[in-house]
Design a binder for this molecule. Structure first.
Ligand SMILES: Nc1nc2c(ncn2[C@@H]2O[C@H](COP(=O)(O)OP(=O)(O)OP(=O)(O)O)[C@@H](O)[C@H]2O)c(=O)[nH]1
Ligand SMILES: [Mg+2]
Length: 215
């Protein structure tokens, strides 16, 4: 029964995601879908990435949360357009939600669109949003067992950003083990361990996004 209900929902989502993907491609926009558990550091990563890229790349953000405009307000302080989707309980963004808010952004001239998903390490994995790049974040305070326990997100990602590297000495997080188990699931994952506090590892991530958005 579960499969019978889910398949039409996902098929409908995929149809809209295909339309979004075509629109992003037509406008030369790299759309980046960021997925992680709550508090892994998505908005913080975006604030600092945007700070470094906004002068050389026209960019915008769509951000999903169950409630509040807090994250959009944080990102607007960077001087870029940021549209908040409040899902009112839904635990992930879907392509229809993104399609509905897209008219609030001017796609012409845009090169990069970040889509911060609702904090959740399970549900967002199943819903394509038309993105060209899917980024999964895992913070060192969550435990290195998360790739094997929540495989769908890691399987469906192109990039793994390991966040809060500055906190590594205070945890039992095994960086090697986390990367090995993520790569066992998905060998093509590009991995960027970094800290938004100390900026360790940050340049490699920003360079990567810049290259992908301009190639
Ligand atoms: N020490 C440390 N703290 C960080 C780092 N990145 C983010 N944080 C902190 O982690 C907390 C959550 O960060 P957010 O960026 O709001 O996390 P989020 O993933 O956007 O959270 P949701 O949108 O609620 O899912 C904040 O207190 C940040 O200051 C980091 O690199 N190091
Ligand atoms: Mg956030």
């Amino acid at each position: 029964l579960k499969i019978e209900i889910q398949q039409p929902v996902l098929a409908a989502n995929n149809r809209i995601a295909d339309t979004l993907e075509a629109a992003f491609r037509q406008h030369g926009i790299l759309a980046v879908n960021l997925i992680s558990s709550p508090g892994a550091g998505k908005t913080t990563l975006l604030e600092q990435t945007i700070q470094q890229l906004k002068s050389c790349l026209p960019l915008a953000v769509i951000v999903g949360d169950v409630q509040t405009e807090k994250d959009a307000a944080r990102l607007r302080r960077q001087g870029v357009p940021a549209v908040q989707i409040t899902t009112q309980g839904a635990c992930h963004l879907d392509a229809h939600m993104v399609q509905q808010v897209l008219p609030r952004l001017s796609l012409s001239g845009l090169r990069l669109l970040f889509i911060e998903n609702v904090g959740n390490l399970v549900c967002p994995a199943a819903f394509r949003l038309g993105e060209g790049l899917r980024v999964c974040l895992l913070s060192v305070t969550e435990g290195h067992d998360k790739p094997s326990k929540y495989p769908a997100v890691f399987l469906a990602a192109d990039v793994l950003v390991i966040t809060k590297l500055d906190l590594l000495p205070y945890t039992d997080f095994d960086l090697g083990e986390a990367v090995t188990s993520a790569h066992k699931l998905n060998p093509r994952l590009e991995v960027f361990p970094l800290s938004a506090k100390t900026k360790e590892g940050f340049a490699a991530w920003v360079d990567f996004i810049y290259r992908r958005a301009t190639e």
